[in-house]
Write a protein that binds this ligand. Structure first.
Ligand code: JJ1
Length: 344
């Protein structure tokens, strides 16, 4: 009836099949108004980090028709938990076709990825979910900063506040035309060593965080058009790299709107401020995201994000993101501010 496949995401045909399965069947909000629409370029980026295993990109086809009906992935990562550096699988993109839900296929997908991870002598995993299952290491809340409030309201992503008109709302969310920080510029290949140092040093304060080397930073943080955007602040005097910010592109399909089909969302990724005030750095991130035509800038309340969310006019969303570790016991639940890991 069904058959396992290993997905060759280098192949355009395979990547398109995966793209379509996810675009039609992956995560929606609680009212089924929006659905994640990961791009093909994004999927290739997310699934081929340094040292990735092709065998961890797993699909299920219907034998007779060859239709792809389920998918799950893992990628290897070094994750530090307190002073313990553990090679883990980051498991993501678990998706079962809508027509095959409640046939208990998800546990089968999870068993198979677990088996293939164990074959590589890796015994821990990290993953996130929008729902609570046993047992989260922490639970984060999504926050949203309107960049194009008129569209967000028209598509039902946000609502006009009490005693607010459309023009007052547009004025409230207006941003400067250009960034404020001298030396704020796009990250380049030459910045990889400095960004790795800056980020390693910053992430060392969190209980759980990735343990990135230069190869990881080049893959995960060097700008990739339409996938990930990263900026550094280079001191105009010393030419040192003092600050860093990044976001990734994850549009959502707007389900059943006459005028719009996609919501362009930027998601806050890794941020480090040592010289530039965090508020100013993030305001510059909002400005460049607006210039790039994003409709909304999303962030979780992890790392030091709480310190800028309210001031920069982010509002709490209706979604949560729960973080989990497999086969790793951390005695106490963490506060979101103790978490330094962003999964895609
Ligand atoms: O995007 C989300 N919610 C939006 C839309 C809500 C539409 C109705 N349910 C939201 N909008 C309010 C924005 C407003 C802007 C002005 C200021 C005040 C706020 O709240 C939510 C996150 O909040 N997204 C989801 O629910 C999608 C699923 C999230 C779980 C992801 C699971 C990941 C899977 C494993 O990797």
């Amino acid at each position: 009836m069904y058959e396992w496949i290993t997905c060759d995401i280098d192949s355009d045909e395979m990547c398109s099949e995966v793209y379509k399965l996810l675009a039609n069947n992956y995560v929606e909000d609680d009212e089924n108004m929006f659905r994640f629409n990961y791009s093909k370029e994004f999927l290739r980026w997310a699934l081929r980090p340094p040292g990735y295993f092709k065998s961890w990109h797993i699909g299920v086809r219907v034998k007779s028709s060859k239709k792809l009906v389920a998918f799950i992935t893992g990628v290897p990562a070094r994750v530090r938990v307190r002073d313990d550096i553990v090679t883990m699988a980051e498991v993501n993109f678990l998706c079962v076709h809508k027509k095959l839900r409640s046939k208990r296929l998800a546990p089968v997908m999870i068993k198979e990825i677990t088996r293939r991870v164990h074959l590589e002598n890796i015994w821990q995993a990290a993953y996130t979910a929008g729902i609570v299952i046993p047992t989260p290491i922490t639970s984060c809340q999504y926050w949203h900063r309107s960049l194009n409030p008129k569209k967000l309201i028209e598509v039902g992503f946000s609502r006009l506040g009490p005693r607010m008109t459309m023009s007052r709302t547009i004025k409230l969310y207006k941003l400067p035309e250009s960034t404020a920080t001298p030396g704020f510029r796009t990250m380049g290949l030459r910045d990889v060593p400095a960004v790795t140092r800056l980020l390693s040093n910053y992430l060392s304060q969190f209980v759980v965080a990735p343990y990135f080397n230069e190869h990881d930073v080049e893959h995960w943080l060097l700008p990739t058009e339409g996938v990930v955007d990263s900026y550094v602040v280079e001191s105009p005097e010393t030419h040192e790299i003092t600050d860093f910010c990044s976001f990734y592109t994850l549009p959502s399909s707007i389900l059943g709107n006459q005028n719009y089909s996609t919501l362009k969302a930027a998601y806050s990724y890794y941020i480090v401020s040592t010289r530039t005030p965090l508020l100013q750095l993030m305001n510059d991130a909002l400005i460049v995201a607006k210039q790039k035509d994003f409709d909304v800038f999303n962030a979780l309340d992890l790392m030091h994000n709480e310190s800028f969310l309210k001031e920069l006019k982010f509002g709490p969303g209706d979604g949560n993101l729960h973080y989990y570790l497999y086969n790793y016991r951390i005695r106490h639940t963490l506060k979101p501010s103790e978490l330094g890991l962003v999964l895609l």
